[in-house]
Design a protein around this ligand. Sequence first.
Ligand SMILES: Cc1cc2nc3c(=O)[nH]c(=O)nc-3n(C[C@H](O)[C@H](O)[C@H](O)COP(=O)(O)O)c2cc1C
Length: 126
Amino acid sequence: MADANQRKCGRISQKVQARGCSGSTPVGLPHPAIVTDDIHIAPYDVIFIGFPIWWYVAPTVINSFLEIHDFAGKKIVLFATSGGSGFGKAVAGLQQSAPQAEIAEGEIFNGFFSEEQIKAFFEKYV
Ligand SMILES: Cc1cc2nc3c(=O)[nH]c(=O)nc-3n(C[C@H](O)[C@H](O)[C@H](O)COP(=O)(O)O)c2cc1C
């Protein structure tokens, strides 16, 4: 497992280096390795990614996820929970990790949302 972890780390840093990036978000936090990942992005045009807002951005493991897949030409729609803030700089922070994707702020899901409301959110983008 340690080897797998290191290989993923290597993959992330090679990709990040190829783009001339530092491998960190605007606030300088490292991007942790993703050990298990069997997700196939290629067949999808629109990809929804959800996370809790941390310090007005996405947790940096979301950057890691974007960096180990090819999101060129894809639309990424964000949804999140928060303690009350909006998306902050989440789009800007994630765009660094998927520069050729179109990333949109979707919805902050704080409080109660009915199944119909959640369905309507997803249907707006597909
Ligand atoms: C490290 C950390 C940073 C956070 N930063 C923010 C923030 O910038 N803005 C905000 O509204 N909430 C912030 N929160 C609150 C989380 O967004 C909130 O707890 C989470 O979305 C709720 O999901 P949970 O019930 O799974 O924790 C932060 C929480 C943590 C742990």
